[in-house]
Design a protein around this ligand. Structure first.
Ligand SMILES: Nc1ncnc2c1ncn2[C@@H]1O[C@H](COP(=O)(O)OP(=O)(O)OP(=O)(O)O)[C@@H](O)[C@H]1O
Ligand SMILES: [Mg+2]
Length: 354
């Protein structure tokens, strides 16, 4: 239950700058994800917050106090990693009790807290088992209980779900979030899974090459990505090259003809950009449907059945592809590959990218 502030953090290994001018203010009780491709510096940021790695420059504050020079064990931080990292020679209860014993809590209180934690993570009654007697999901529950038992000021989670299978992963992420909310622990979560980041977080930091590209709520990151990197990293995206012809009226020229957005566009006439369109921002026009936005004519190239949605790849002009998502509605007739269809795009869902 603390505020964490990272100010102009930099980290270089030799000449390799891996974290660059990284700023973040995490509010009390907030859940923030660091999301980005492998090697972008997520773990390095976490290790600096934990005190396992000293920043090359910059400062880390917890509740207004500068902790940059403090040892890891003085920072009151809980951590959980991808690999289970439990003590194999200690029981489940012994693992959860570890930090409490280090903190010299009285025996009775340790026992009480261990039981409370095991109950919270759904492992009541399993305190006597050893890690090798648990499934991967159960081991991660123990790791979570161990991390939160000492009531850390900040919880750091480094891809704690990535070794688990898809179903466990989704249920455990919901449980982690519920526990985090209940305890109100400010949490920094690292993942390279965009869906996980968006599902769990109050805010997401999208990272690339050691920098924060964008910080925002999941809907802001998804609907209004600040950069092309963010737009392409999060979700599927169609990009249509365009030239602005009338900025005030939002008119553009594209390889498949003029497009009118009917809203001002903050670029000058003649500016070259890309129109970004999410696959769910397009829909198929049936005979008689009237579009109230731009339309395209496309030929269906192929069709992927994804369960709740069906993803069509279409060609709307020579060499210009457009991916379209349709809901899988019972009885809806879907176009076959080779068929020509009319597509309408909701102009409000189109955003310009440089
Ligand atoms: N101790 C180290 N010495 C030298 N280079 C390091 C060290 N730790 C990390 N790096 C480098 O820093 C960069 C960022 O690594 P980091 O582990 O922070 O990435 P990440 O975003 O967590 O990636 P992943 O998603 O694969 O875990 C990488 O290029 C890595 O090789
Ligand atoms: Mg990492």
């Amino acid at each position: 239950m603390s505020q964490l502030t990272l100010r102009a953090l930099n980290k270089s290994f030799g000449t390799n700058a891996v974290v660059k001018d990284f700023d973040l203010t995490m509010e009390d009780g907030e859940f923030i994800s660091l999301l980005g491709p492998s090697g972008c510096g997520k773990t390095t940021v976490l290790r600096m917050v934990a005190g396992f790695e000293a920043p090359s420059s910059g400062a880390i504050h917890i509740d207004g106090n500068d902790v940059t020079a403090l040892q890891a064990r003085q920072r009151q931080i809980g951590m959980m990693f991808q690999s289970y990292a439990l003590f194999p020679n200690l029981t489940v209860a012994g693992n959860v009790a570890f930090g409490l014993k280090v903190a010299r809590l009285p025996r009775a209180e340790v026992d009480l807290r261990v039981n409370e934690m095991l109950e919270m993570v759904g492992l009541a009654g399993l305190g006597g088992r050893y890690p090798y007697q648990l499934s991967g999901g159960q081991q991660q529950r123990v790791a979570l209980a161990r991390a939160i038992a000492p009531r850390p000021r900040v919880l750091l989670l480094d891809e704690p779900l990535s070794a688990l299978d898809a179903k466990i992963r989704v249920s455990l992420r919901g449980e982690i979030r519920a526990i985090q909310r209940r305890l109100g622990i400010s949490t920094l979560f690292v993942t390279h899974d965009q869906e996980e980041a968006m599902a769990m977080s109050d805010r997401v930091v999208v990272m690339a090459h050691g920098r924060a590209e964008q910080v925002g709520r999941p809907d802001q990151i998804y609907n209004r990505p600040a950069t092309r990197f963010v737009a392409e990293f999060i979700g599927a995206l169609n990009l249509l090259p365009a030239t602005v012809t009338d900025p005030a009226a939002g008119q553009l020229d594209t390889p498949v003809g003029p497009v009118a957005l009917n809203r001002p566009i903050a670029r000058s006439a003649g500016a070259a950009l890309h129109l970004a369109i999410r696959p769910e921002g397009l829909h198929i026009l049936l005979n008689g449907d009237v579009a109230n936005g731009p339309t395209f004519t496309g030929k269906v190239l192929d069709r992927d059945f994804l369960g709740p949605i069906i993803r069509l790849r279409t060609e709307i002009g020579p060499g210009t592809a457009m991916t379209v998502d349709c809901f899988n509605r019972d009885g809806a007739s879907l176009p076959e590959p080779g068929q020509t269809i009319r597509l309408a795009v909701d102009a409000a869902a189109v955003f310009p990218l440089d």
